[in-house]
Ligand binder design. Structure first.
Ligand code: SF4
Length: 337
């Protein structure tokens, strides 16, 4: 990982207007940087806005406010020529490999398509050579080029998706839940493949997932999202060894540890209640309706994004020295009338 920032997301908002004055705040004021050559993991429950961020970075959704800069340029302000170049450099791998592959095209046609659109390898023979090379790079073989997606297993289909994403030789890949639809036994193989390709090609990844246990293995840094907000960001080891935000602590405590003694003595943080609706998010801290540590200030004041350690950031009043009364509401003595 270099110290060069390749992607900057700055106070990004993506709201969807649902009509009748209703606004779904899928992403609200999210900021982070991604360094060249790193894997930045973005995690959170489904519906937290992480995939919307990926799609807004790709320009598949218009932003509501804020900026996404790639290589110093605002991706939502690119002219047609710049957009063409941007889509060569940035590619996406999707969650459901079957739905993202055209069932009527052969694997060779699927992988060739981006090359044809971008006028790479206009000579068909050379283009097919490139297809064979890509198939081999992702652990398939050249005979697979004439087959159709339904002839492959889920893991193989995701390999085809990876080969297609690599066809234009990109610098940056957004992997949107690339292993969630796969069997556990296959997930590690796809993660290993992505890691190997990163090493060989110097790729940068934005790896979106809801499963914190798998994200740890591939990510250099991780951002945790809740209801459209980034609540914690730090390097992978610090997040797992010293999580600061009550939501991250709850997510981590739900991951089983394969040691019965440790598992038995662990304290579990159980999250109560459902994820609130992003159409009508709670006031103050959006996590307060489920937070075991929620205090009075949490209902009225939005927590600030602050550094709690080197490269460790969190949005939570527990770490804000200006908030004096930090007694959790649940533990406060009831007032007698
Ligand atoms: Fe919990 Fe309050 Fe921190 Fe939000 S700000 S996570 S409600 S303690």
């Amino acid at each position: 990982m270099s110290s060069k920032v390749i992607l900057q997301v700055n106070e990004l908002k993506k709201h969807f207007n649902l009509g009748k004055g209703r606004n779904l705040k899928a992403v609200d004021d999210v900021s982070f940087d991604v360094y060249q050559g790193e894997t930045f993991g973005l995690v959170g429950e489904s519906g937290c806005g992480k995939s919307t961020i990926g799609r807004t970075i790709m320009g598949l959704y218009n932003r509501t406010d804020g900026q996404v800069s790639y290589g110093g340029k605002d991706v939502h302000e690119l002219d047609e020529q710049e957009k063409f170049k941007f889509y060569r450099n940035m590619q996406m791998i999707f969650q459901d490999p079957y739905a993202s592959l055209n069932p009527r095209s052969t694997v060779g046609e699927i992988i060739s398509e981006p090359m044809i659109v971008h006028d790479l390898y206009p000579d068909k023979k050379k283009r097919m050579e490139r297809v064979y090379q890509l198939l081999e790079e992702v652990g398939l073989n050249r005979d697979h080029a004439t087959r159709y997606p339904h002839e492959f297993s889920g893991g193989q289909r995701q390999r085809i998706g990876v080969a297609r994403a690599l066809a234009l030789d990109p610098d940056f890949i957004i992997a949107d839940e690339p292993i969630s639809a796969l069997d556990v036994s296959v997930q590690a193989q796809v993660v290993n493949l992505l890691e190997r390709l990163q090493e060989e090609k110097g790729l940068t990844y934005l790896f979106i997932a809801h499963d914190l246990s798998m994200v740890r293995h591939i990510s250099d840094r991780i951002g945790v999202m809740y209801l459209g907000h980034l609540v914690e960001l730090t390097d992978s080891d610090s997040l797992y060894e010293n999580p600061k935000h009550p939501y991250t602590q709850a997510l981590l405590s739900a991951i089983p540890i394969p040691d019965p003694d440790v598992e038995e003595s662990r304290e579990r943080v159980i999250l109560e209640g459902e994820l609130p609706s992003p159409i009508d998010p709670p006031s103050g801290c959006v996590f307060r309706t489920r937070c075991p540590m929620a205090m009075e200030a949490c209902a009225t004041t939005k927590p600030v994004w602050q550094a709690v350690d080197d490269n460790h950031f969190v949005a939570c009043h527990l770490y804000n020295d200006d908030i004096k009364d930090k007694t959790p509401i649940k533990h406060k003595p009831k007032q007698l009338n």
